[in-house]
Design a protein around this ligand. Structure first.
Ligand SMILES: [Zn+2]
Length: 374
């Protein structure tokens, strides 16, 4: 099979299936920041920040798109001029035809995103989100003639419904009686035109996310024997347990805060980490949050974490951790997030290759923490 030309919108579709924008915080601005969705793309540069350095490098290697973490356009713009840093970058990106795409808090929250990569780099296993994510769960209730519920359920699960955290194929079934009267133009699976029918039906309920909604409904309608399928699709206010801010899990073996801090420093390749707590205290249950995660200190403490690893910790937050006797390791904003470059590049390489999309995925080299250690 021949590889096909890739358009920016194909890559956006792929990225957003993996890291749905609906998972981003409502103050965030993720997705396409600059660019023409129908422009063809043969090379992408992945980086933490869309900087002058990233743009220079994109042009040098012939990349038509930059996939970064931090949104370049964050506050609404009042003007697009070269007098400020953001304006200069946007101006240049437009002039040079380089698209900029950001995956920010959606990449933090999603499964196989920054926080999973961070946890795994630090040896934290069996993780769950530290703060469950919200907002895009739906309940699907479908009425199926008795005997066909397994076929319909299998189609729903196959399309991605019924997955909750580490469980799949989740559903609930109740028995009941459905009634209907087919009209003259119908071609009923059960009963005959003009006659009121009473049929034993199963009320089959399951959960799904908005990302898979289209596919699930399509497969359900295909697998269902009825001409007219009765179903309810209801938005839920429930939090999701499989995505969200930060992660919490355990080390394979307990260790001391001092030894774990050294592991963090080495695993993330940072010049130093700042530590709050007693170096000798035992740590086993670990909370992590890439970037600025000190606001999750209370949540980490409440869930019994021995230590929270994050960046951007302020004095009063450190003070609060000490009062709670919660260990705190500040490995820096850059230090806890820069790992996204190689991991996102890896994921995109894998996904584009498996879809035979002819696009090279490059990682920005030489991206540096603006903070130096003396
Ligand atoms: Zn960040």
């Amino acid at each position: 099979m021949k590889e096909r030309t890739v358009r920016l919108q194909d890559l956006l579709g792929l990225l957003h299936r993996l890291y749905p924008p609906v998972l981003a915080e409502n103050w965030d601005n993720v997705g396409l920041q600059v660019g023409d969705p129908v422009a063809s793309v043969s090379r992408i540069l992945v980086c933490l920040d869309a900087s002058e350095h990233a743009l220079d490098e994109a042009l040098r290697i012939g990349a038509q798109a930059i996939f970064c973490h931090h949104p370049l356009v964050f506050q609404p713009l009042k003007r697009l001029s070269t007098v400020d840093e953001t304006g200069r970058l946007l101006f240049r990106a437009v002039r040079e035809g380089v698209a900029i795409v950001s995956s920010h808090t959606n990449l933090d929250s999603a499964a196989n995103g920054i926080n999973d990569w961070l946890a795994s780099a630090l040896g934290v296993e069996k993780t769950l989100p530290l703060q469950a994510g919200g907002g895009d769960l739906l309940k699907l209730v479908v009425f199926v003639p008795s005997g066909y519920e397994e076929k319909v359920a299998a189609a729903l699960f196959e399309a991605g419904a019924g997955a909750i955290g580490h469980y799949d194929s989740c559903s609930f079934r109740t028995d009941g009686v459905g009634t209907f009267r087919p009209d003259e133009a119908s071609n009923p699976f059960i009963g005959e035109a003009g006659t009121l029918e009473r049929v034993r039906e199963i009320r089959l309920e399951t959960l799904l996310t908005r990302e898979v909604q289209g596919r699930v409904i399509q497969r359900m309608l295909k697998a269902h024997p009825y001409e007219e399928v009765a179903y309810d699709l209801v938005p839920l206010a429930n939090r999701r347990s499989d995505v969200g801010m930060g992660r919490i899990g355990c080390l394979a073996q307990p260790t001391t805060l001092g030894a774990f801090a050294a592991t963090v420093k080495q695993a993330l390749g940072v010049a130093h980490v700042r530590v709050v707590g007693d170096f000798e205290q035992k740590v086993h249950k670990i909370a992590v949050c890439g970037g600025s995660g000190a606001s999750l200190l209370g949540e980490a403490d409440r869930q019994g974490a021995d230590v929270l690893v994050t960046g951007d910790v302020k004095y009063h937050e450190a003070f609060s951790a000490r009062s709670r006797k919660l260990g705190l390791i500040d490995a820096g904003h850059f230090g806890t997030e820069h790992i996204m470059v190689k991991h996102l590049a890896e994921v995109l390489r894998h996904e584009t290759v498996s879809r035979r999309m002819d696009v090279q995925i490059e990682e920005l080299q030489g991206e540096k923490d603006p903070f130096l250690t003396v």
